[in-house]
Design a protein around this ligand. Sequence first.
Ligand code: ARG
Length: 278
Amino acid sequence: VTALLDTPVRADRVARARRYLMCRPDHFDVTYGINPWMDVTVPTNRDLAIQQWESLRATYLSLGAQVEVIDAVPGLPDMVFAANGGLVVDGRAYGARFLHDERHAEGPAYLDWLSDHVRSAFPAEQVNEGEGDFLLVGDLLLAGTGFRTSRAAHAEAQEALGLPVVSLDLVDPRFYHLDTAVAVLADDDIAYWPGAFSESSQRVLRRLFPDALLADERDACVLGLNAVSDGRHVVLPTAAVGLVDQLERRGYVPVGVDLSELLKAGGGAKCCTLELRG
Ligand code: ARG
């Protein structure tokens, strides 16, 4: 009882209508290894991946979100990870430019789609993997670097979108994209696992978000932070039990999903989801 009374409960979490872009894993597989989660010797089950993806999509629809779907391209097994396809704020899209050759062709495929569906789209010159490494919190853009997205892209995105960018250094290869280590819960609230960041970047996060939810390593290691929030409902892996509990105590409604097949490629719910803003 004491613990409950000590915990500030916010019952006023409000959902905002969201619009997402997703890509069905029609050509999903693990045929190369570009992050430590990917083991080409472990077999994948594409039908199961599609089933799990369909239930993620159904979850979003049941929460009132709008979901757009881009056609999957044969030969691009990671294209299911739509978050990497760009960054869209106020109807302006900043295109992705992938680090690895294996994913290179996804950049133009996503930019083509975005050019037809949002107000304006800018191709990127600098290496960046879209919302994998760029997370919007209110009017602030958190930007990861260290494994994929270049620091130069942080400056490029700031100019392209006119948003202040805060660069953060990722240091643990298991958390190779920012969206594996940080979850944006609301316009002024995030969850993160400090161990994924350099000491200095941890200090930056503490200064900006002194009240943030701190996840533990166990939840981070099931990609619990690869979560999608509409401001009230937080879609995340059921396996992240500690996080589920902490979210409830902060007034959020956790919604569990199982994406075990996509986890074999190092991805979770957020990776499969690109938010279309404005
Ligand atoms: N296999 C993909 C890669 O390594 C996974 C991408 C996950 N996407 C994300 N937004 N974290 O590039």
